[in-house]
Design a binder for this molecule. Structure first.
Ligand code: PEP
Ligand code: MG
Length: 590
């Protein structure tokens, strides 16, 4: 069987399905024979723990509201002892070798179906009780261990099939074990896709119901370039896939010769190509791919992408070590670190805890595109912000580092953020530490920032246009929602006008303007960006060799003409046509 979605991280991965439904609460996979007893023990431990909890609740209710109200919990205690639930789940674990969570869900689905057939309304209401009991059992299974602990003993490469990969899942995954990632939701620019690309894990998003269709343990072949997912492919299909992979590898290798060449257009315009990375170690790979520096280090991935134990990284000292490593790995090339671009749901600040904690679990399923995030959240979380800024200023002693603020909506935020840097510098000086001069720039990713770029340019040392968010906010299209992907249009005239406005403002104020959104990595769109006057592009390291090839075959003067034609066009379709004409001879020449 075959499913097709959006290829969001190129490459081919083959492995056994690990199915994750609804956040981290419902993980389904098949276990090898020697782990069956472990699953049965987990199930029994969860049952005993659930019993204790329900007993305690029952006693509490009895003493506060009277024994007549506590009887409700007797039903739950009976269910916990009833072979229809835990007993049946244990049977499923034994017979089908599935994990305990999976078996419980199976039982719940079965019991629900039985209740749905019942005509008695009393019986139908009991459905809620069963769901409650199964929910408690599942919670207690989870309480006993981390996700990674659960599947670390599974055999072979795995393909994670999830409804949605939330920050809490990202934080708990052992990405090394993943041959590929497949999601019901998601899109090219959401952070899971960005991370998958940076970790070279092939991924397909927007499959709608993969997590319902794919059986745990099924073999999947995932093509993250075409968006194709084959379930239980036969030998012939596997052969075809292997051949496809070889062809692609040969093509990648053919681009190797461009890695060390300069990104200069045919008519001599130099374009600075830098890399977007999510982990300090990636700086090395960026260099190997021919990046001139790091144009975007997404610092929040120190927390969400680092697996269990990420909490401690919020301390000044731990961050300093990471930024210093980053700067040293970049080997004297410029590094631009973006301060945390987290949402409030991801960053729960609990002043009583030391170190301050990131609570990835609370980020589950929460999208706050218009809420507290980016620099707003940093400004409201002074302790976290100051620790990050001190760490960055200290790391800047070791190499050319720039600080960049995300999600700036206007001048006052930039001024407040600059004041925060001054404060961090003063406190370091008071500690007797040297503080170098560090350029301070901002992401332009909100329409309000693009429209006031002239004002911002007077007080920022550089701009970097984040087209991923700029498109989302200009067009009111949630970038993570695959159902809207057709409306997510980089070539909308509003986007081109916004970019032109920012480039002009930067030029007038004589500050550099880069583009670090995914548009920069697209071989056709980047020619338009060059035509619009952008001279710095930052992209995922793997895209750099092809970008160099395209730029070296391009005449900037042609790109300028195409860009001015695009600016006069009325629709994205017209713009696209014009660009195709420009790209064709460029690609042929290359
Ligand atoms: C952007 O918004 O274009 C960007 C580069 O930042 P992120 O993708 O991390 O939001
Ligand atoms: Mg952004």
């Amino acid at each position: 069987m075959r499913m097709t979605g959006l290829g969001v991280s190129p490459g081919i991965g083959i492995g056994k399905a690990l199915v994750l439904k609804r956040g981290t609460r419902d993980l389904r996979f098949r276990v090898p024979p020697w782990l069956v007893d472990r699953e049965l023990d987990r199930l029994e431990a969860a049952r005993l723990r659930s019993r204790d909890q329900v007993e305690q609740i029952k006693q509490r209710i009895a003493s506060s509201a009277g024994a007549e109200h506590a009887y409700l919990f007797d039903a739950q205690l009976l269910m916990l002892d009833d072979p229809m639930i835990v007993g049946r789940a244990a049977e499923a674990v034994r017979a089908e070798r599935i994990n305990a969570e999976s078996a419980l869900q199976r039982v719940l689905e079965h019991v629900n179906a039985l209740f749905d057939q019942a005509h008695d309304p009393y019986l139908r209401e009991r459905k809620g009780d069963v769901a409650d009991v199964v929910g408690r059992l599942t919670m207690n299974l989870r309480a006993a261990g981390d996700l990674t602990d659960l599947f670390k003993d599974l055999e072979g490469p795995l393909v994670l099939v999830a409804h949605e990969v939330t920050p809490s899942v990202i934080a708990q995954l052992d990405w090394q074990r993943l041959a590929a990632l497949v999601t019901d939701a998601g899109s090219w620019t959401n952070h899971t896709a960005i991370l998958a690309r940076s970790l070279h894990v092939p991924a397909v998003a927007g499959l709608h119901n993969a997590s319902a269709m794919v059986a745990p343990g099924a073999v999947l072949a995932v093509d993250g370039t075409t968006g194709e997912v084959l379930i239980e492919p036969d030998a012939e299909a596997l052969e075809q896939i292997a051949a496809r992979q070889q062809r692609r590898q040969a093509y990648e290798q053919s681009l190797d010769e461009y890695r060390d060449l300069a990104a200069v257009t045919e008519d001599g315009i130099e374009i600075r190509l830098e890399a977007n990375i999510e982990a300090p170690e990636d700086a090395m790979r960026a260099r190997e791919r021919g990046a001139e520096g790091i144009g975007l280090f997404r610092s929040e991935f120190l927390l969400t992408g680092a697996g269990p134990g990420a909490f401690a990284r919020l301390t000044e000292e731990a961050q300093y070590r990471s930024y210093r490593q980053l700067v040293e790995m970049a080997d004297a090339r410029r590094v631009t670190v973006r301060t945390f671009d987290l949402t409030e749901a991801q960053l729960r600040i609990d002043a009583s805890e030391s170190p301050l904690r990131l609570d990835p679990a609370s980020g589950e399923g929460v999208r706050t595109p218009l809420g507290m995030r980016g620099v707003r959240l940093s400004l409201a979380s002074e302790e976290v912000f100051q620790a990050q800024l001190r760490a960055l200023l200290r790391a800047a002693v070791h190499g050319p580092l720039r600080i960049m603020f995300p999600f700036v909506s206007g001048l006052e935020e930039l001024q407040a953020a600059r004041a925060a840097v001054a404060k961090a510098a003063a406190s370091l000086r008071a500690r007797g530490e040297a503080v170098p001069d560090v350029p301070i720039g901002i992401m332009i990713e909100l329409p309000s920032a693009a429209l006031t770029a002239d004002l911002l340019a007077r007080e920022a040392d550089f701009f970097s246009i984040g087209t991923n968010d700029l498109i989302q906010y200009c067009l009111a299209v949630d970038r993570t929602d695959d159902r809207l992907s057709r409306l997510y249009e980089p070539l909308h005239p509003a986007i081109l006008r916004a970019i032109r406005l920012v480039v002009r403002a930067g030029r007038r104020a004589r500050i550099p303007v880069a583009v670090c959104g995914e548009m920069a990595a697209d071989p056709v769109l980047l020619t338009l960006l060059v035509g619009l006057g952008v001279r710095e592009l930052s992209m995922t390291p793997a895209a750099i060799p092809l970008a160099k090839r395209v730029i070296r075959a391009l005449r900037a003067s042609d790109a300028r003409v195409a860009a001015s034609r695009a600016l006069n066009a009325r629709t994205a379709t017209e713009i696209e046509k014009g660009l195709a004409e420009l790209a064709e001879p460029t690609v042929k020449k290359a």
